[in-house]
Write a protein that binds this ligand. Structure first.
Ligand code: PGA
Length: 263
């Protein structure tokens, strides 16, 4: 048995509670084969977290929940915000941090992402830290500099990477239909592991799960799953329908490295 393979559905601002439950029930009914070697994570809007948690508990569905964001402070006068403690109470295990939509549309800085990562770890939530360059940065040959900065800033004062998950999501690939080429992904992942190894050592850098995200679809997901250094997928648009998401999940078994064992 190899590393866990993590598939995350990032629903963004989609699905009401009723729609979320219907999705969960339809998806579980559709997936006859064992998913034991895949860690399936749903990241619905905050409003649907508890209802999904209760449904999973009642129906013994072994999937996990992620929040799409959280506040960097433990509590306080922050109208409209949600704390790590509140998320844990809703049955949340993971929290997506530093997503490019948070960075670009809500002006989250590297320093803010760093505060959130440290608080998540302190509160025993597993951060799914998103990093990725813009098209301009890629064209300007700045991809590696950007990734190195994002990694070191977001992970400052983090002692151990044991509970951290990394997601490489090139900004130009998110929701655009453009995806990174498999060889590009392989190169970037190797680079990220090299950067992490400098500060946290070879073992931690090898062991940290790294996911690919950015226009993952049933058509291209097998290409990423096949790559030896890819430990999972972060899926946005294609996780919104049961048809495409279940197809992606079943393709996750086609890993020649045996990361997922045989079906
Ligand atoms: P996408 O989104 O799959 O729709 O490109 C991915 C993400 O934003 O996490």
């Amino acid at each position: 048995m190899g590393k866990e393979f993590i598939v995350v559905a990032n629903w963004k601002m989609h699905k009401t509670v009723a729609e979320a439950i219907l999705f969960l029930e339809t998806l579980t009914a559709r997936m006859p084969q064992s998913q034991e070697q895949i860690t399936l994570v749903i990241a619905p809007p905050f409003t649907a977290l508890f209802a999904l948690y209760k449904t999973m508990e009642k129906k013994h569905i072994p999937w996990l929940l992620a929040a799409q964001n959280m506040h960097e402070m433990e509590k306080g006068a922050f109208t409209g915000e949600i704390s790590a403690t509140m998320l844990k109470e809703l049955g949340v295990t993971f929290v997506i941090l530093g997503h490019s939509e948070r960075r670009n549309l809500f002006f989250e800085s590297d320093a803010l992402v760093n505060k959130k990562v440290n608080l998540a770890l302190k509160e025993n939530l597993r951060p799914i830290l998103c990093v990725g360059e813009t098209l301009e940065e890629k064209k300007g040959g700045k991809r590696e500099t950007v990734l190195e900065r994002q990694l070191y800033c977001a992970l400052e004062e983090v002692m151990s990477l044991d509970r951290v998950i990394l997601a490489y999501e090139p900004v130009w690939a998110i929701g655009t239909g453009e995806h990174a080429l498999p060889e590009e992904v392989q190169q970037v992942f190797t680079f990220c592991r090299k950067v992490l190894a400098k500060r946290w050592g070879e073992k931690a850098a090898r062991d940290i799960p790294i996911l690919y995200g950015g226009s993952v679809t049933p058509k291209n997901s097998a290409d990423f799953v096949k790559l030896p250094s890819v430990d999972g997928l972060l899926v946005g648009g294609a996780s919104l329908t049961v048809e495409s998401f279940s197809e992606i999940i079943s393709l996750c078994h086609y890993n020649p490295k045996g990361k997922l064992g045989t079906l």
